[in-house]
Design a protein. Sequence first.
Length: 143
Amino acid sequence: MATHGGLLRIQTKGHGEIVDITEGVRAILRSSEIQLGVVTVFGTGSTVAVTTMEYEPGGVADLREVLDRLVPVRRDDGTADYEHNRLNRDTNAYAHLRAALIGPSESIPIANGELLLGTWQQIVLLDFDDRPRTRVVSVHVVS
């Protein structure tokens, strides 16, 4: 079994920024010289997520809107704030919840040294925290 790994370091603005990391993952895959296997992409942190999507302005705006509706920054239904915020004197409970819903990682098959992504499918990092961050994405290639 052959393995190879690498890290991507990404400066983000937070607040739901969605960043296309496909080319960074491809660069690590190319350096591995692995032709058949799987690549795992893992975002480090409890307020960050990794998924795939069609990365274009409309898709990005729509995903952000859906997440805003599903998990608002603050509850607006008259109930108390999120327990995480209350118990920890914090302001980013929504970021933890959004990240948990999407998840921290994706696994993508590899054939002929290429990611088996659809024509309009990219790998994206979502940073939900309420401040800019340097995010670390761990990429592991296994054959």
